[in-house]
Design a protein around this ligand. Structure first.
Ligand SMILES: Nc1ncnc2c1ncn2[C@@H]1O[C@H](COP(=O)(O)OP(=O)(O)OP(=O)(O)O)[C@@H](O)[C@H]1O
Length: 237
């Protein structure tokens, strides 16, 4: 099932409102990146809300390492983890995956781990612990799809060092704002010549499965309360 996410910006210039969809079964894991203030949190919230709305039995785990006010509406909910507690969030999510993998849990509803600022999280751990956390994430990225286990990461840069060898398993890549040459080289290599330096907050590029390249605009959120309500539903059900 396709989840409607953003607007195709090239069509918008012809006054046509074409919605860009995400097919989680074809592109199970997403990374959203861009400089501070480029609109990552805004776009991610929209994504989480749409998942909750369209997939009524989906369950979301939110690990908010940054821990500012963006997700404070989730305070007190069972699958919301802030700052140091994010290790517990990853652990609990990984156990859900392992239970499915071992056959203990036969349910296959969509479960999603959203991790904000994964790179900062890794950087602030002892080396050995960081390696263990990266190993867990890499396993989820490589084996999650057939168990309907999905990862969404938002951070400023997507260096391979934070994902062991599993970075290529992010099949939905969303870059917001104007990206550095290095970021374009890392994630949009074949399309970098088509990327213009005119990106504003809430606009960028999306690449699906390494082939579908789209210029996107993140639509305005009209009802923030409603959006938060839907995210909260998926974090608690
Ligand atoms: N598509 C958009 N439409 C309207 N406002 C937006 C849009 N995207 C972002 N904004 C606004 O821009 C500001 C910065 O956005 P946001 O917090 O999502 O950036 P960020 O990339 O997550 O930044 P940081 O890395 O510092 O957390 C916010 O006030 C947000 O409401």
């Amino acid at each position: 099932m396709g989840i409607q996410l953003f607007l195709n910006e090239q069509y918008l210039s012809y006054q046509i409102r074409q919605i860009v969809e995400w097919l989680p079964e074809k592109a199970p894991h997403a990374v959203i990146f861009g400089a501070t203030g480029s609109g990552k949190t805004y776009a991610t919230k929209l994504m989480l809300g749409r998942i909750s709305l369209h997939i009524s039995n989906s369950q979301i785990y939110v690990c908010d390492y940054k821990g500012d006010d963006d997700f404070s509406f989730l305070s007190g909910t069972s699958r919301f983890y802030r700052f140091h507690d994010c290790s517990k969030g990853l652990d609990n999510f990984f156990k859900r995956f392992q239970d499915r993998q071992s056959g203990l849990d036969t349910s296959r509803n969509m479960i999603i781990l959203y991790f904000d600022e994964w790179a900062s999280y890794c950087n602030n751990l002892e080396k050995k612990v960081a390696e263990e956390e990266k190993r867990k994430l890499a396993t989820l990225l490589m084996l999650g799809r057939s168990f309907h286990v999905h990862i969404i990461i938002a951070q400023q840069r997507v260096d391979a060092v934070y994902f062991n060898s599993a970075r290529d398993n992010f099949n939905l890549v969303i870059g917001l704002g104007n990206l550095s040459q290095e970021s374009k080289d890392m994630l949009f290599h074949e399309f970098k010549d088509q990327m213009k330096p005119d990106r504003k907050q809430g606009t960028g590029y999306m690449l699906t499965n390494g082939t579908d390249f789209t210029q996107i605009q993140v639509p305005t959120i009209n009802d923030k309360e409603k959006l938060h309500k839907y995210i909260k539903m998926a974090v608690t059900r």
